[in-house]
Design a protein around this ligand. Structure first.
Ligand code: NAD
Length: 339
């Protein structure tokens, strides 16, 4: 039997990426939905052949505990709502995938991890690029030191943000901003390429060019991840620009992806030539990998602890940007990708 996934929050990512990806998965399928909008429920029920008994709203959500069709709850809500719904899903006895960033604070992350542990359920973060072959190649080249020791990383991710999802610019439930939303990919990319968690961070906010638009969230931020061996990852993120790159410079060559973090069309190159790697359906692979972990009772390679690691680093980056000081991150969770 394929494991049943219920998507919570039928916004852009669920509609445009996750639901279509669930038609390509081998070990899981779209079995249920949780939405506050009755019109959306009708459309999705028809489109994906979902029975009434597997349709919930935010008030009836906890009743999902009694539904054997649902094995995994996938939380795809605005960031500020992740903690509440992950904890409620765990309390309902379901395994959970939570979108990135895992939550707004590391305290919330800890509570989410604790709730899943208490319920004896697995918790994973929606880090699709860990299942994407170009990014896996960056992990291999960097961590195995194929071009020698990596001594510099450049990680940049910016997306022009209009007001189509107001929470991203701090409206409504808030919790957006480029660092949490897209800068997190730079953090991730730098860490899985270097194969280490940084010991300190420094950061500087970009000047605000549109005070009305960026009244509640940062417009952009440059941040540096300092690794124990002296390697620095130069990272940049913004809501007012467009770039998408991960590059490593090593003792005997370089390797890079540009674009690096998109859903499709990734391209890689090294100092020896093109990577020639195929693009794959990333989200289908990511969800299948988690379903396999559940089916075989194996740990996920992208656990809640990794989500918490990144939220701890984001907290440190905000602190560094606010204070203009170098902030130690030695207390951050030491979670890495095995290659
Ligand atoms: P979105 O705003 O399009 O969708 C959010 C959904 O939550 C909407 O359906 C909305 O109706 C629902 N919602 C319920 N209560 C709400 C409330 N009080 N306020 C606002 N919305 C409410 O956002 P999205 O782009 O789909 O992002 C959702 C999550 O997915 C975010 O955490 C985001 O970071 C993540 N995401 C991840 C990726 C990825 O590549 N892994 C890509 C895009 C988004």
């Amino acid at each position: 039997r394929k494991l049943g996934i219920a998507l919570v929050g039928l916004g852009k990512y669920s509609e445009g990426e996750l639901a279509p990806a669930l038609e390509k998965t081998t070990f899981c399928r779209l079995a249920g939905i949780v939405t506050g909008t009755p019109d959306k429920a009708e459309t999705w029920k028809k489109k994906y052949d979902i029975p009434d008994k597997n349709v919930y709203n935010y008030k009836t959500f906890d009743k999902i505990a009694d539904n054997p069709d649902i094995d995994i709850v996938y939380v795809v809500l605005p960031n500020s709502m992740h903690a509440e719904y992950v904890i409620r899903a765990a309390q309902a006895g379901k395994h959970v995938i939570c979108e990135k960033p895992m939550a707004l604070t590391s305290d919330e992350c800890q509570k989410m991890i604790d709730a899943c542990k208490k319920a004896n359920k697995k918790l994973s973060v929606g880090y699709r690029l860990h299942f994407e072959p170009h990014n896996q190649e960056m992990m291999r080249l960097g961590q195995k030191e194929v071009f020698g020791k990596v001594n510099k990383i450049i990680a940049q991710n910016a997306q022009k943000q209009e007001n189509d999802t107001p929470w991203r610019l701090g409206g409504g439930v808030g919790g957006g901003g480029p660092l949490r939303d897209v800068g997190i990919y730079c953090l991730q990319g730098a860490i899985y390429t270097k194969g280490q968690v940084p010991i300190a961070v420094t950061a500087k906010y970009h000047p605000i060019t549109d005070p009305k638009k960026f009244a509640k969230v940062e417009e952009g931020v440059d941040f540096q991840l300092h690794f124990a061996d002296g390697t620095v990852a130069e990272c940049r993120t913004s809501y007012n620009d467009q770039y998408n790159k991960l590059r490593a410079e090593a003792a005997k060559g370089w390797f890079e992806l540009d674009p690096a973090y998109q859903y499709d069309g990734l391209k890689g190159q090294t100092s020896q030539g093109k990577m020639n790697i195929e693009n794959v359906p990333q989200q289908a692979r990511q969800m299948d990998a988690f379903a396999e972990c559940v089916l075989n009772d194996k740990p996920t390679t992208v656990p809640g602890e990794m989500g918490m690691r990144d939220v701890q680093l984001i907290e440190a980056i905000f602190q560094a940007a606010k204070t203009g000081t170098k902030v130690s991150t030695k207390a951050v969770q030491q979670i890495l990708d095995p290659v």
